[in-house]
Design a protein around this ligand. Sequence first.
Ligand code: NDP
Length: 419
Amino acid sequence: MSKVLVIGCGGVASVAIHKCCQVSEVFTELCIASRTKSKCDELAAKLAPVTATKITTAQVDADDVQQVIDLINAYKPDLVMNIALPYQDLTIMDACLACGVNYMDTANYEPEDTDDPAWRAVYEKRCKEAGFSAYFDYSWQWAYRKKFEEAGLTALLGCGFDPGVTQAYCAYAKKHEFDSIDTIDILDCNGGDHGYAFATNFNPEVNLREVSAPGSYWEDGHWVEVAPMSIKREYDFDQVGHKDMYLLHHEEIESLALNIPEVRRIRFFMTFGQSYLNHMRCLENVGMLSTSPVDFEGQQIVPIKFLKALLPDPASLGSRTRGKTNIGCIFTGKKSGRDKTYYIYNVSDHQECYREVGSQAISYTTGVPAMCGALMLLTGKWNKAGVYTVEEFDPDPFLAALDQYGLPRSESRMPALVD
Ligand code: NDP
């Protein structure tokens, strides 16, 4: 029996809410709150006839800590699921601390305004010291560790697929398959086709910021940064086939390097089609990916926000997308003194996801782990005070929940390795 407040009602939140409503015995009451309340009302009306979960809705601007505090105090949830945008992570964490409520999200903090001088000073210092230049990193949220510990509250960070399930796969490999892990390659393959020349599968602004940034990987105790999309490999993915994939910086590398300290190298690869890359390069070259406002006919316009308004809403891609995703981790390491390789991954079918919850597989593979993470916290299976990433908890009940609720694992002990 629990009350959960979900903040955000976009592509990922919609899937997480659908899945929570399938587990009404745990998610007995749900409040869906977002900036645009009509979207929450629409989803609540759709789900009310098919679930025993009692759903209410609310309007909230989660950039405003006081509004979130007022909402939490009025609703009194056991957990706040932040499935809005990474920009709201800190304000929602502050509100959770003020009200004594557990917190979780699906992506680590990044500022909306990357020109803010106070943020920029910290960012530039971090770029020099840490050696990677992505706008997002864990330091902002790890700074809350002591506060959550002292308050006896849990903050679960990045509980989507990647980050999220990929870290649970790492914890599982460490617990069951290896005495020591030498290398981890995280492979994120989307073999889906939505028929548009260019569209992003989740929030365009967050997605394009991520993929247009320099790539980086962890090797021998430090970051190696490379030009965007400059490391390309081809891989033959189970149930998808051959795809080109490119090395990206990705947030879970940062926490995995800390939590599995013996690992010599951690890389992250994502597949992209040629049309996506051509469009992205062109948009970047003409300045459309910029986050800095420009003056246009007397108005301040942020190019990437304007672009977002032109692109298809990721939530609308579900009915059009055909094909499968394949996301997982390949490990090398040692077990009982012998060399070993292991691959654990999930394959999801876009159309099956759409039939079940009305969303494509990218939102599905993020929303299901968010629900399963909430399930772990609400049922006490994951229970420790502080700020944690997924690999810091027992992976077994989480992977069992993923198997049960729509993201079953596949395994191979003789995978092709990435050179
Ligand atoms: P969407 O843009 O589809 O949805 C975002 C939602 O947040 C919208 O409902 C939006 O409201 C709401 N929102 C935005 N700003 C505010 C605010 N200030 N106050 C209240 N609500 C707000 O994004 P996605 O669903 O695609 O992504 C959600 C999250 O999941 C993101 O953080 C993304 O980075 C993360 N993600 C994580 C993945 C993983 O594997 N870990 C993979 C994919 C995404 P409105 O409708 O008014 O715009």
